[in-house]
Ligand binder design. Structure first.
Ligand code: ADP
Length: 292
């Protein structure tokens, strides 16, 4: 308490010299590339780089397998490129002119390159759904929120939409809470319910991959626990990639973990190994809380 106050006073009244890290960050150990996976893959990220419109290279030659119907977590210090990589997987960056991809994101088993010129970004976004940090339902009814992606897919038959909406809401573990108010506004739901509704919206077009970008960072602990349980349940039927700054969350929900640092994939492996026996010194520094 006293220390906190003292620190506060000092920070407020004097220009404090930047704190030097207490460890050698001049590490030149090369990144540890992913090894061959024994389990079936849903996608392969190969020699992937990403450049923002201003020319900044946010992702540098990343290789990463995405296991079928498993949870892959992307962790790393703020600004290392986690969100940039995630948003590349469903062509989100195409919404802004001047951004550029290099390399390949191959969707299995067809072998389609999602970032290739032959892929339609609108279709890619249905095949690879996304849920954002802050729940962002549309200003529409609960029903219409979930039906939106189905309409984009060209499904018009009411009975088919009804069935798919119910199925998605059930899969997102929110059906029982909303089944009697499907025509009510999505904005009347709590934050945690809105996030599960957004998960239902992403699931409705039956995507092959669901991307979750820090999906619980705006939620309270109870809503967070519900979403974490849901992620584990869903991984039996859909492949999930989750960005999180919460290492306990990555350890709890994921099967594989990718550690990124300054746009590079430093280490990729089984989650348990990354958290108990990391091979790269930078991974160890991060998971032991030496930088964040
Ligand atoms: P993280 O999710 O790990 O916090 P981001 O993927 O958001 O990191 O950002 C990676 C890097 O890309 C950062 O250096 C960030 O400043 C930069 N960046 C993010 N958005 C843009 C943009 N629109 N234009 C240029 N640089 C950007």
């Amino acid at each position: 308490m006293v220390d906190d106050n003292m620190t506060l006073t000092k920070t407020n009244t004097a220009k404090v010299k930047a704190v030097e890290p207490d460890f050698d960050d001049e590490d030149t150990t090369p990144p540890i590339k992913p090894g061959k996976e024994r389990e079936p893959l849903r996608a392969r990220i190969e020699d992937f780089s990403f450049f923002y419109a201003d020319g900044f290279q946010a992702i540098k030659n990343v290789d990463m397998p995405i296991l079928d119907r498993k949870v892959t977590a992307i962790i790393g210090p703020s600004g290392c490129g986690k969100s940039t990589l995630l948003r590349s997987l469903n062509r989100m960056h195409d919404l802004y002119p001047g951004n550029r991809y290099e390399g390949r994101v191959i969707l299995e088993p067809e072998g389609e390159n999602l970032i290739g010129p032959e892929s339609d970004p609108v279709i890619v976004r249905l095949r690879v759904g996304m849920v954002f940090q802050k729940p962002n339902p549309f200003p529409k009814t609960i029903y219409e929120n979930v039906a939106a992606g189905l309409r984009v897919r060209g499904i018009k038959k009411r009975s088919m939409i009804d069935e798919a909406v119910e199925n998605a809401l059930r899969r997102a573990a929110i059906w029982d809470e909303v089944k009697d108010k499907l025509n009510g506004s999505a904005y009347d739901l709590s934050g945690g319910q809105q996030q599960r509704l957004c998960i239902a919206r992403g699931l409705a077009p039956n995507p092959e991959i669901l991307l979750l970008d820090e999906p619980t960072s705006a939620l309270d602990p109870i809503a967070t626990a519900k979403v974490e349980d849901l992620v584990q349940e869903l991984s039996e039927s859909v492949t999930i990639v989750i960005v999180t700054h919460n290492m306990q969350q990555a350890a709890r929900v994921s099967h594989r973990t990718a550690f990124m640092y300054m746009g590079e994939m430093m280490e990729f492996g089984e989650t348990q190994t990354i958290f108990t026996n990391p091979k790269h010194p930078r991974t160890e520094n991060y998971i032991t809380g030496r930088y964040g």
